[in-house]
Design a binder for this molecule. Structure first.
Ligand code: TXA
Ligand code: MG
Length: 328
């Protein structure tokens, strides 16, 4: 992973965190907007900067699993097993909180979300800081997550003074979230680590979140949405539909997994990788680019049904769902 972060940059970021200010930093999933998780005032600044309601809890990032005990109350065997296999990595565990975790971090719930990111810059930052960093994805509420430092600056401008540039995030979509606080491990948000991989570690089927599950803002409808309306279309119909929309005078953007660009005025065409890892890596950058093209509609080729596309389908379905106000 290439990055441009020096020891001095890390030292400065640590000073900023200790000062109760915000630091945007890379993880292997997406960029985070971080605050000292034990500093209530600092955590409030995260909500203010994002424009996110205070009852949407944040993930606490820590350097290693040893630090779980500083935040979690109980650590059940399922959580130990998942942490051992997938940390550092794109996995978040929801556990019973302990009494020291501020309500501002948990949205007042009796659980806390914890993650050990693997990105070398996140690791350096967490080790140098020593404590937990509460961080949501570094995007404004309701917008597409940021996968580069430039995207973070697009979202926040000067409002976030310290942005560590760790290059483009490897995975490109947010972490898999598993709630281990109840009787049965429950998938709250799909991510690059698939339910099948989790079940292989757990040895039992995963439950899937229902309405009674703790609130996950990322699962509200109309999340991860670009401003331009987005439609999922079967691959063989994209060109036909684009043609007919263009004929009606519409400006059309398309995100497709083939390099064969049809010749058509009024069409913005972005060729996405045909493999799930590549597609996820580029997804949010592509959605930003397509959104900025100022079209009337974005057509996205429907991804395959296979397991490794599960989280991508989830994000795209949310981006197309509902209408009206942005929720997250
Ligand atoms: O990949 C990621 O997870 C990125 C990087 C920066 O770590 N973070 C991220 O944070 O996506 P955010 O805040 O955008 O999404 C975290 C989700 C939210 O939907 C939140 O509601 C949920 O995790 N969450 C946090 N604490 C929770 C808890 N105690 N119980 C249930 N859900 C929780
Ligand atoms: Mg988010």
């Amino acid at each position: 992973m290439t990055h441009n972060v020096s020891k001095d940059d890390i030292a400065r970021a640590v000073a900023v965190l200790k000062d109760g200010e915000l630091v945007a930093f890379p993880t292997e999933t997406v960029y985070g907007l971080g605050a000292d998780a034990s500093n209530v005032e600092a955590v409030r600044k995260v909500y203010a900067a994002k424009g996110r309601p205070a009852d949407h809890p944040l993930i606490v990032h820590v350097a290693d699993a040893v630090q779980l005990a500083n935040w979690a109350g109980e650590i059940p065997p399922a959580a130990h097993a998942l942490a051992k296999k997938y940390w550092p990595g794109p996995l978040t565990l929801v556990l019973k909180r302990n009494a020291r975790v501020p309500d501002e971090v948990t949205g007042g719930q009796d659980t806390v979300a914890l993650r050990v990111p693997g990105h070398p810059v996140a690791q350096q930052l967490l080790r140098a800081f020593g404590g937990g960093i509460a961080a949501p994805s570094a995007n404004r509420f309701g917008r597409v997550s940021a996968t580069t430092a430039e995207h973070v600056r697009e979202e926040f401008g000067d409002a976030v003074a310290c942005v560590l540039d760790g290059g483009a995030a490897d995975v490109g979509i947010e972490s898999t979230i598993v709630d281990c606080s109840g009787a049965v491990p429950t998938l709250l948000r799909p991510g690059w680590i698939t339910p099948q991989q989790l079940e292989a570690v757990l040895g039992v089927p995963l439950a899937v979140a229902d309405a009674a599950a703790p609130r996950v803002s990322g699962t509200l409808e109309k999340h991860y949405a670009p401003r331009t309306p987005l439609m999922l279309v079967e691959g063989d119909l994209v060109v036909e539909l684009a043609r007919s929309l263009v004929r009606q005078g519409k400006r059309v953007a398309a995100l497709v997994r083939t390099a064969l660009r049809p010749l058509m005025d009024g069409l913005v065409w972005v060729a996405a990788p045909d493999d799930a890892a590549g597609f996820a890596h580029d997804l949010y950058a592509n959605l930003r680019e397509l959104d900025q093209a100022g079209c009337d509609v974005i057509l996205v080729e429907q991804p395959p049904e296979r397991a490794e596309w599960f989280a991508i389908r989830d994000r795209l379905n949310r981006a197309t769902a509902g209408s009206g106000e942005d929720l997250d």
